[in-house]
Design a protein around this ligand. Structure first.
Ligand SMILES: [Zn+2]
Length: 694
């Protein structure tokens, strides 16, 4: 006899990698057809028909589902999938075959089966022990087992058998439960602090939750004292911070040094593995400032307010966002990215430099910006030792988180109708060829694009054209005024009914309802927006494409993009010659390609959105997370909470929420540079995460 067929159901084993190779071209098919494929493969390999048992199929089915999950987690990229799951793919999957199959084989003839007990099948084992079980009690057998274990030196096993046989009836169940139970692990102080910030807990709330959990024998939460220790690690040295009842600020050098130190703590492994030869690195940051109104005014007087003019209704906020730490390898001159901000447009890494109760005027803006620029001039590189190597970090600080108002203040442009780049006024904006001949003030290109505000301004521009479509005049007088007002209210009603949007309504306290989200919804539903407003659909779509390109954070194909912008500008003038282009629309359509060219990182990463979204946190922190006993304490608490919330270590603990994948329009993808943008392959869901919170 060639092979003993004592075991009626044989086991086939395949590596996961082998299974993957068999089915990789058919991943979208159902589990059933994939199992068929595996069986087909086994048939060709063994040369005999094989069908898997129900158990075998279920094992394989589970593995296939897992494989699919992992495949999509790797974004359906073969290299990434193989690299991420190298170990997992090496594991053997044991698949039981259908007994009927093997029984079809010619039965073995003559001689007693001589397989060892351990290698026998369940059925054989049952048969072989039948008489033993018939002639002895359970207690007797358990005792025998206990003794055998002890004799073979396995004392623990002997004790377990004794416990189960002689202990209470629930002992066995408790043994099993304890095997699957996971060990309790207390949060570290940094994790607890991250939780406190992410869940917006106050000290009181944290302690309440902690007490409740301790009552239930759970020691998940460390004491608040530990959390306070973690908080202290998030502050730059106290000597470099200055807090008064009207302002809080930290020295730029101290804040940057502290930020780098904290980033290095997160990236320690990367740094020790990457930095073999390169020790000179550079941190690229963007910074900016903005004033906000609509803060809650406290019923509390200022200590030093002899003139009675101080107010806490307006806040001026200056912040800085670290973007990348780069290093150049000396031998190959290749750039290495040591750290990259995963969300350059979110407030997550937006570090506060200064908060002041101050009304935003051209003069106050210039004063504060000049002060920071002075500090930038005097920055010295940060030196530290990582893993026994000396590392120098130089700083490159770019002023790009600004809106149109701040740009105008800084360039001494007094009218919002004047472009600070070409110095033309809105009267000339519609004369495209004239503008294209006008030289630019190169030094003003540094202020970037202000992509968040661009969405709102483009949206408002289209709205205002649509209000005036009946009269077709830039300025409306007399009868026309009434016509425009009626059309406006109809359009507002249309947006409320069809898209649920509140458009162009004054907001309680400050500003209007036209925010970034309203603008995004307007452009995403271009067809509906066009039908409500009566505007040209292709112009709305073109505006949307340009906005997507400047905010996506990928490298842009500048010549293609420039041509597209100018075509769009010409289309605008052809459609609505009577409506002077607003300044922001003019800036983006005619100058943005030059701005993009001069930017050292993709322009989408330079957006002012991070700074802008901090404003609502300041408001919230002042009201709910700061002591109100004195104004100084209130200011101190707000500033410190901003420091903690933007701390690189604390922010990196939080799991990044899965971003809703938003597909860029195909038209927008065409304007991006090919190498940095991997075009979606056919089996991809043609969506790509953009680099910011967009
Ligand atoms: Zn201009």
């Amino acid at each position: 006899m060639d092979s003993p067929q004592e075991n009626p159901s044989a086991i086939t084993s395949l590596k996961r990698k082998e299974i993957f190779d068999i089915i990789k071209t058919s991943l979208t098919k159902s589990n059933k057809s994939l199992i068929d494929l595996v069986e087909e493969h086994l048939k060709t390999v063994t040369g005999k028909p094989i069908s898997l048992s129900a158990g075998g199929k279920s094992v394989l089915g589970k593995d296939l589902s897992k494989l699919r999950t992992k495949w999509s987690e790797s974004h359906r990229k073969l290299d990434k999938f193989l690299a991420d799951n190298a170990l997992w793919l090496e594991v053997d999957v044991k698949l039981r075959e259908c007994p009927s199959n093997t029984l079809q084989e010619p039965a073995s003839v003559g001689g007693r089966p001589s397989t060892s007990f351990a290698a026998s099948s369940e059925r054989t084992k049952r048969r072989r022990t039948q008489s033993m079980r018939d002639h002895h009690e359970v207690d007797e057998l358990a005792f025998a087992l206990q003794m055998s274990f002890r004799n073979s030196g396995n004392v623990d096993a002997a004790k377990v058998v004794k416990d189960i046989a002689e202990g209470s009836p629930t002992t066995a169940t408790r043994y099993r439960d304890s095997l699957t139970a996971k060990r309790e692990k207390q949060l570290t102080k940094d994790e607890a602090l991250s939780l406190l910030i992410e869940s917006k807990l106050s000290k009181n709330m944290y302690n309440t939750i902690r007490t409740a959990s301790i009552d239930h024998n759970c020691s998940l939460y460390p004491s608040y004292k530990k959390v306070q220790e973690a908080k202290k690690d998030c502050y730059p040295p106290a000597v470099d911070m200055r807090i008064t009842e009207t302002s809080a600020e930290v020295k730029l050098q101290a804040l940057l040094d502290h930020t780098v130190e904290r980033i290095f703590r997160v990236q320690q492994d990367v740094i020790s593995s990457l930095l073999d030869s390169a020790y000179d690195t550079e941190l690229i940051c963007k910074w900016g400032c903005d004033g906000t109104s609509g803060q809650s005014t406290f019923k509390q007087k200022f200590d030093d307010d002899s003139e009675g003019t101080k107010t806490d209704a307006n806040i001026f906020f200056v912040s800085i966002v670290p973007l990348q730490i780069l290093s150049v390898e000396k031998s190959t001159q290749k750039q290495i990215v040591i750290w990259k901000n995963p969300r350059p447009s979110s407030p997550r890494f937006c570090r506060p430099l200064k908060i002041e109760f101050l009304h935003e005027t051209a003069e106050s803006t210039r004063l504060i910006v000049n002060d920071i620029q002075d500090q930038v001039q005097n920055l010295t590189p940060f030196q530290t030792i990582v893993d026994g190597k000396e590392v120098n970090v130089a700083y490159k600080v770019l002023l790009t988180m600004v809106d149109g108002k701040v740009c105008n203040s800084l360039t001494c442009t007094s009218s919002s109708q004047r472009c600070y780049l070409c110095d033309c006024t809105s009267k000339r904006f519609n004369n495209i060829d004239d503008i294209l001949r006008t030289p630019l003030k190169e030094e003003h290109l540094q202020f970037g694009i202000s992509s968040l505000h661009a969405w709102i301004r483009f949206f408002e521009c289209l709205l205002h054209i649509s209000y005036k479509l009946d009269v077709k005049k830039w300025q409306s007088r007399g009868d026309d005024k009434a016509k425009v007002a009626t059309r406006k209210s109809n359009i507002q009603k249309g947006f409320r009914q069809q898209l649920g949007l509140l458009v162009d309504m004054p907001k309680q306290g400050y500003g209007s309802t036209n925010d970034g989200n309203t603008a995004r919804r307007f452009f995403e539903n271009a067809a509906i927006s066009a039908s409500i407003t009566g505007l040209d659909l292709s112009l709305i779509k073109r505006f949307h494409v340009i906005l997507q390109v400047i905010s996506c954070g990928f490298e842009i194909d500048v010549p293609k993009y420039e041509a597209y912008c100018i075509e769009t500008a010409r289309l605008y003038v052809q459609l609505y010659p009577w409506f002077c282009m607003p300044t922001t629309v003019h800036k983006i359509l005619l100058h943005s390609s030059k701005i993009i060219e001069s930017s050292i990182l993709p322009i989408g990463q330079m957006s002012e959105e991070a700074q802008e979204s901090c404003n609502k946190f300041i408001k919230q922190y002042r009201q709910d997370f700061a002591r109100k006993c004195t104004r100084v304490k209130n200011m101190e608490d707000v500033f410190q909470r901003l420091l903690v919330a933007s701390d690189p270590v604390i922010s990196s603990i939080r799991k990044l929420p899965k971003k809703k994948l938003k597909a860029l329009d195909a038209e927008a993808v065409r304007l991006l540079k090919a190498p940095s943008y991997e075009a979606p392959s056919s089996d991809d869901d043609s969506a790509h995460p953009s680099d910011d919170e967009y």
